[in-house]
Design a protein around this ligand. Structure first.
Ligand SMILES: NC(=O)c1ccc[n+]([C@@H]2O[C@H](COP(=O)([O-])OP(=O)(O)OC[C@H]3O[C@@H](n4cnc5c(N)ncnc54)[C@H](O)[C@@H]3O)[C@@H](O)[C@H]2O)c1
Length: 451
């Protein structure tokens, strides 16, 4: 291993790239590097995932098994739980979870654990990049001090006067911006923002990523890169909250908000459509903004847009349950004792990811109010115990006109493309649609309640 790696070294071919955390972010990233001809090792604490990967199996629906098999066979990709192998890597990319804890504060324990597991194996000239979403300052304040306990230094320095500053290893932040399931923009097409702890670290990371993405966008610091990712997610969170609020007003005013959004979206500048729904879901948008709110307190600053958006979005599942109760009431039925079928537990259409899905909250609220629940989701044949919910005995019911017609109400919680909405409306007594998935259904519109 060359101890005198310079930033330009990472322009080279056949680098040894370690990816820590082989989940939704780490696995596709690792495979992309393998595709570019590098030798990739996935490090994960979960032995089941590691075993599956080494057998060429996938556990993420949109990542094809054939791709994993191809790179395992060609020895461009392998996985391990043995972190001592980190010492053999040229570059180490950290893709571990950054959730919120019980008090909705940043839980950086995974990042910290990862830094601790790199420390004994850190080599001079290695490039370490944090990809996990987090508040500005994490790379410099949490990761760097742990890595510097080795005695090796990576000085925090910015600006042209520090272009050639000496550094024992390279450290950078580059946020993952993937949109799982998005067929138009995959990893290789999404520009990669990169900020280094010092200019050589930034250049090293730019050199590495330029090999796997169409465009790299260097920024002046790790903090700027960390903040970039948060800006993107807060932008979405705030706009979704705004459109959710406008939806509730429009419903009261008898205006079709979806028609309004489509009309507004014809403006060729200054408008970007966001769509209302039953609440926020996914690993990012409901979580990441609160990383910034937490950090802002250190600066006596209150992030009011984030708090307000959080308030509106958190209220959406309650709004949906009230709308279901009102719709049943119109059918002379009470929510208590009603038989309800939920369509879609994934947090958004066509993905096998239910993290923070608002459907889970809607189900909990419906059960608390005495409804008898079943669900269908082609991506989840059964549910399991989660951090906040326990639906481990629930299995997806197969859909047929008879089954659908047996429920007092069918709730479209997630608008999977696989559903035949016309057939669902034909068979159902009542459909409560949280996504306007039934917009093209012509028959029996009187059975549909949008909410
Ligand atoms: N999922 C997305 O769409 C997305 C998009 C952009 C950014 N992100 C961010 O990327 C990061 C990772 O998210 P994800 O969705 O890939 O999470 P994930 O839960 O799918 O994957 C994380 C992986 O890390 C492993 N892991 C946990 N602790 C570990 C440790 N100490 N050492 C090694 N492996 C460990 C887990 O077993 C798991 O396989 C998060 O910060 C997230 O906010 C996610």
């Amino acid at each position: 291993m060359p101890a005198d790696r310079r930033p330009e070294y990472f322009k080279g071919s056949q680098l040894r790239v370690g990816v820590i955390g082989c989940g939704y972010v780490g696995l596709p990233l690792g495979l992309r590097f393998a595709e570019a001809g590098h030798r990739v090792t996935g490090f994960d604490t979960d032995p089941v995932k590691v075993e599956k990967l080494n057998r060429g199996q996938t556990y993420i629906q949109h990542i094809p098994q054939s791709k994993i098999q191809q790179f395992v066979q060609s020895k461009h990709f392998g996985a391990t739980t043995d972190f001592s192998k980190l010492a053999e890597m040229d570059a180490i990319l950290i893709c571990v979870p950054t959730p919120l804890d019980q008090r909705r504060e940043p839980d950086l324990s995974y990042v910290e654990q990862t830094a601790q597991s790199i420390r004994p194996h850190l080599q001079r000239g290695q490039l370490i990049v944090l990809e996990s979403t987090t508040y500005p300052g994490t790379t410099e304040e949490l990761l760097l001090p742990i890595l510097e306990q080795t005695g090796m230094k990576c000085p925090i320095a910015h600006g042209p006067e520090n272009e050639q500053i000496g550094t024992d290893f390279f450290l950078a932040f580059s946020p993952e911006r993937e949109d799982p399931g998005n067929k138009q923009f995959g990893l290789a097409q999404i520009p990669k923002v990169v900020g280094g702890v010092n200019p050589p670290s930034g250049r090293a990371a730019v050199s590495l990523y330029a090999q796997v993405v169409a465009r790299v966008v260097p920024v002046s610091s790790t903090r700027a890169a960390e903040m970039t990712k948060l800006l993107e997610n807060i932008f979405r969170c705030v706009n979704i909250a705004m459109v959710n609020e406008l939806k509730m007003l429009s419903l009261r005013m008898g205006i079709d908000i979806w028609e309004v959004i489509d009309a507004a979206a014809t403006k060729p500048f200054g408008f970007m459509p966001f769509y209302p729904g039953p609440g926020l879901g996914g690993h990012c948008i409901p979580v990441d903004p609160f990383y910034l709110s937490w950090k802002a307190r250190e600066y006596d600053f209150s992030t009011r847009f984030i708090e307000l958006a959080g308030e509106v979005n958190t209220a959406m599942p309650y709004h949906v349950v009230d709308a279901i109760a009102a719709a049943l009431n119109n059918h002379k039925k009470s929510l208590k004792g009603a038989r309800i079928l939920i369509l879609g537990v994934a947090y958004k259409k066509d993905v096998d990811d239910l993290r923070e899905s608002p459907t889970l909250k809607i189900m909990q609220l419906l059960q608390q109010r005495g409804a008898q629940l079943d669900y269908n989701d082609p991506y989840f044949p059964q549910l399991h115990k989660m951090r906040h919910y326990n639906y481990e005995h629930m299995k997806s019911v197969p859909l047929s006109p008879q089954v659908i017609g047996g429920y007092d109400a069918v709730i479209v919680a997630t608008d999977h493309s696989a559903y035949d909405y016309s057939a669902i409306v034909d068979a159902a007594k009542l459909v409560v649609d949280t996504r306007n998935a039934t917009r093209r259904v012509m028959r029996h519109r009187d059975k549909i309640v949008l909410c």
